[in-house]
Design a protein around this ligand. Structure first.
Ligand code: ZN
Length: 92
C-alpha cells in the first residue's frame, strides 16, 4: 500500500476522473448530438480516493509507478531532476 502525498492515508488505488467537454448542436427546437459532433476536449485527473485531492500523476504509467511501493519517491525524484535540468539550462 502507498500513502497519499496530500492526506498521508494508506491507499490501495486511485480514482481517475475524466472531465469531458461536449458540443451539442441546438437549432432552437432540438438538441442534436449525433450530426454535429465537434472534437471533444478531455481532461484526466488522478485523484486520491480518500481526500479527493488531485495528485501529480500524468498517465496510467505514472499511476502504476505510484502504486508500486516507492513509486511516489520515484516520481518526486524525477520531478526534482527535471526542475534541476531546467534550472541548469536557464543559468547557462
Ligand atoms: Zn489523499
Amino acid at each position: 500500500m502507498v500513502k497519499c502525498p496530500k492526506c498521508y492515508k494508506d491507499i490501495k488505488g486511485l480514482n481517475l476522473m475524466v472531465i469531458k467537454i461536449k458540443t451539442i448542436y441546438f437549432d432552437g427546437e432540438n438538441f442534436d448530438e449525433d450530426e454535429y459532433l465537434y472534437p471533444t476536449d478531455t481532461t484526466e485527473e488522478w485523484v486520491c480516493p480518500e481526500c479527493e485531492e488531485v495528485l501529480d500523476i500524468e498517465d496510467d504509467g505514472e499511476a502504476t509507478e505510484f502504486l508500486e511501493n516507492d513509486g511516489l519517491k520515484k516520481i518526486v525524484k524525477e520531478k526534482i531532476n527535471m526542475i534541476k535540468e531546467k534550472n541548469k539550462k536557464c543559468t547557462k
